[in-house]
Write a protein that binds this ligand. Structure first.
Ligand code: MF3
Ligand code: CO
Length: 236
């Protein structure tokens, strides 16, 4: 699984340099797809349950599954880029939230706390621990900072399929669920709202937005449990 995961990490790294005011999300999508194919990989999301694009681009109040389009990014936006590929039968999946130009201090804090919550969750993914230790670690970090955890979407097992069991909520008490064992691989992906946790789906059938219009951030890594602890696969 290191191969597809490294491809995802490289492409997200390249996308970071492309994000700036005036760039269209469709151009980011097309770039991500062609970079994946150059590396012998196939975008994992395109065609998944009918999703039409390689990349998810979720801007400001969009939580996840925002669809790329001809609209340009603006100074002050935040944009979450979620990308996955399959290569030789194995999947990798990761996401980052980036600033576009100069953003508000609240937006900066939301991005920082969301990324911190992902790293707390990864640190909690220890062999012999329990699945919900991951969930609890996200919730504790996020709520201590006054933000809220999206309930309607979850992390997931990943391997020969993009979405495998178990589902991994980003909230809940620790010490519950399956026992974590070396060899398990998870996509851990906190989705965090500035204000309330409620989300709704737009009429396009995909784009999830916050109900109250507050901003939302998303970070994701594919993480393997090893005997020595968690290993982040979607990292260069
Ligand atoms: N990273 C997301 C996920 O894990 C993206 C899925 S988009 C979809 O589930 F189109 F593939 F559904
Ligand atoms: Co995922």
């Amino acid at each position: 699984m290191k191969t597809p995961c490294l491809i995802v990490a490289e492409i997200l790294e390249l996308l970071k340099d492309k994000v700036r005011p005036g760039v269209t999300t469709l151009s980011l999508n097309d770039f991500a797809e062609s970079e994946a194919r150059k590396r012998g990989a196939v975008p994992a999301f395109k065609g998944y349950s009918g999703y039409p694009y390689a990349l998810c681009c979720s801007v400001n109040e969009q939580v996840v599954h925002g669809m790329p389009g001809k609209q340009a990014l603006n100074d002050g936006d935040i944009v979450s880029l979620d990308f996955g590929v399959v290569r030789d039968g194995f999947y990798g999946d990761a996401a980052v939230t980036l600033s576009v130009g100069e953003i508000s201090s609240t937006a900066k804090r939301l991005i920082r706390v969301t990324e911190e919550s992902l790293y707390r969750a990864i640190e909690a993914a220890q062999p012999n621990g329990r699945l919900s230790d991951i969930s609890f670690a996200v919730q504790r970090q996020v709520e201590a900072n006054g933000f809220s955890v999206v309930r309607d979407f979850v992390g997931h097992g990943i391997g020969r399929r993009l979405h495998e069991s178990p589902q991994i909520p980003n909230y809940g008490p620790p010490g519950r669920g399956v026992r974590l064992k070396p060899g398990m691989v998870f996509a851990i992906e906190p989705m965090i709202n500035e204000k309330g946790h409620e989300v709704k789906i737009l009429p396009d059938g995909w784009t999830a937005v916050t109900c109250d219009g507050g901003m939302s951030a998303h970070f994701e890594h594919t993480v393997a449990i090893t005997a020595q602890g968690p290993e982040i696969l979607t990292k260069i």
